[in-house]
Design a protein around this ligand. Structure first.
Ligand code: G6Q
Length: 552
């Protein structure tokens, strides 16, 4: 981070760290107006953060000094900013609805030709499946889609199909298989009929062990029931950048949907990786998702810094991470359809920002990516919210809700929203010792508490407050709004990456995981005692082999 601005921010932090938001709100009736902004139907209220006007001004200076605006232009224009892999970062091209040509640095030709071609291929395929023109080997229409993939090739489609369930095509069910634990595929296939099941194998590299193992098992399950290899091509399609590996696996290139190395796995839902989404909700809704993301792309590029939603979210993240030393960030959607959003954002953010080396190859100074976690409200309130309110750690949080319920039922939505509003207020305000004492004295007056217990209880009933949150409030969780929300988080990650000087687009830790198990796997295949590892690993493996012999 730029030392001069960091010094200014550090000095400013020391002045404001102990300010209580309760006082900031009392002292400024325009606080909401100053610290909120919107894009279309998305409202971001960031007034319940531990910031003053000066904080935001200094953070915006940090953004400028860190070159966020130049890097943003480089990203959108196809420069190879993923320098450790020598790749451009152009997931924004997959949802470029402007007609503007986009070129990868050092490579002639408009990438939009390929993008449009694959979108058209997806549209034709989805139409054929939906109309019943494309059927299974016995002429049965498809009723079930099984998407096989892991990580960036799974979490996005899983999250989006759940979020857009109200838009699902009638008569189509979707299933996701990712884990190499056979339970995942066995339990999924148990319910299915081979005649009417379509498998979409999603893997950028088409070399990922888990995905290939699941795809092979799916193929074996299918052939056991069908017995005709010729039928496979009607039931298996692939999404990948690696045509050779796809055809080697036995899926015809004509049944492959392409994407490109300039799309990172966790940024890939906007193209062919979104095929399960398009199949489930229809190509028109998938295109609305793209349009929403494109809206956010334009906003991120064009909005004034002080009104720029992803920029502000990224800067707030840096503020808490690097100045307050907070370590985790919660994502709390008050919308059941967004229940997989925390998982999706966990990968997006932690895989992108979990780096400790700068682009120049030097160790970073200070902390980088926060630990992202969360879950849907109101469930969390009956579990981990205790720590949010009274624990010793402070956890900044994003609360997300929609004004309109997709399932209006009695007063459920009012109750849900009442909790959404009340929680951020309570986290911000807290409850002083005096307020807690007054409440206890009322209980004494009512004869429900002995007066001598007041002193013992008062500390437990006090809430420090001053716990920051963003409220992200949308009109309705429709495809366009969802697309904009997801792009908002992608750009938040980009901003943080720029400020920390890291590469948010590589994932060497994931690559390590992909190779680690192979040696042990070979060692597990026979009965010999091993001694090639540390004593713990040797003992664990040998213990397993002993148990396995006993079980045989
Ligand atoms: C995402 C990561 C990682 C990746 C999976 C699956 O950005 O690189 O989660 O998506 O490991 O990889 P494949 O798509 O190549 O199977």
């Amino acid at each position: 981070m730029r030392a001069d601005v960091v010094e200014k921010l550090q000095a400013h932090y020391e002045k404001v760290a102990d300010l209580h938001m309760r006082d900031l709100f009392e002292g400024d009736e325009n606080r909401f107006t100053e610290f909120s902004c919107s894009l279309g139907d998305i409202l971001l209220d960031y007034s319940k953060n531990r910031v003053t006007s000066e904080t935001i001004a200094l953070l915006l200076e940090l953004a400028e000094e860190s070159g966020v605006y130049e890097k943003r232009a480089e990203m959108f224009s196809g420069r190879r900013i993923n320098s450790t892999e020598g790749r451009a970062v152009l997931h924004t091209a997959l949802r470029n609805r402007s007609g503007r040509p986009v070129e990868v640095e050092g490579q002639a030709g408009d990438v939009m030709d390929g993008v449009d071609r694959v979108l058209a291929q997806m549209g034709t395929f989805c139409d054929a499946v939906h109309s019943g023109e494309r059927r299974g080997y016995t002429d049965a229409e498809f009723t079930d889609i099984v998407s096989i993939g892991i990580g960036g090739s799974a979490l996005g489609p899983l999250m989006v199909t759940e979020a857009l369930k109200p838009y699902a095509r009638a008569g189509l069910r979707i299933h996701f298989v990712s884990n190499v634990d056979a339970t995942d595929i066995v339990e999924t296939l148990k319910e299915l009929d081979a005649e009417s099941t379509l498998f979409v194998v999603v893997s950028k590299t088409f070399t990922t062990e888990e995905t290939l193992a699941n795809a092979l098992s799916a193929r074996a399950w299918f052939l056991e029931r069908v017995g005709d290899v010729e039928a496979v091509e009607k039931h298996f399609v692939a999404v990948s950048v690696n045509e050779d590996a796809v055809t080697e696996f036995g899926i015809d290139a004509g049944n492959m949907f392409e994407f490109w190395d300039w799309v990172g796995g966790r940024y890939s839902i906007w193209g062919a990786v979104g095929l399960p989404i398009a199949l489930y909700v229809g190509m028109d809704n998938f295109e609305s998702l793209l349009a929403g993301a494109h809206d956010m792309d334009l906003h991120f590029q064009q909005a004034e810094p002080g009104e720029n939603i992803p920029l502000l979210l990224g800067l707030l993240g840096v503020w808490y991470n690097n100045f307050f030393g907070m370590e985790t960030h919660a994502v709390l959607p008050y919308d059941q359809y967004l229940r997989f959003l925390p998982d999706y954002l966990q990968q997006l953010d932690m895989e992108s920002c979990g780096k400790s080396v700068t682009l120049a190859g030097e160790p970073v100074d200070g902390a980088t990516g926060m630990i992202i976690w969360g879950g849907p409200g109101t469930d969390g309130q009956h579990a981990y919210f205790q720590l949010l309110h009274q624990g010793t750690r402070i956890v900044p949080a994003d609360f997300i809700a929609a004004a309109e319920s997709q399932n209006p039922l009695g007063e459920h939505h009012l109750k849900l929203l009442a909790n959404f509003f009340a929680q951020t207020e309570a986290l911000m305000l807290g409850k002083t010792r005096e307020e807690a004492r007054e409440e206890l004295l009322v209980e004494v007056e009512r004869g429900r508490l002995a007066s001598q217990d007041v002193a013992d209880l008062v500390g437990h009933k006090e809430f420090p407050g001053n716990r920051p949150s963003n409220s992200i409030f949308v009109r309705r969780l429709d495809p366009r709004t969802l697309g904009a929300l997801l792009a908002m988080y992608e750009h938040k990650v980009f901003v943080q990456g720029c400020i920390w000087g890291i590469n948010p687009y590589d994932q060497w830790g994931v690559e390590l995981g992909k190779s680690l198990a192979s040696r042990v796997f070979e060692e597990l295949r026979d009965e010999s005692t091993i001694n090639s590892h540390d004593s713990s690993t040797n003992a664990l493996v040998n213990h397993y082999k002993k148990l396995r012999r006993e079980l045989d």
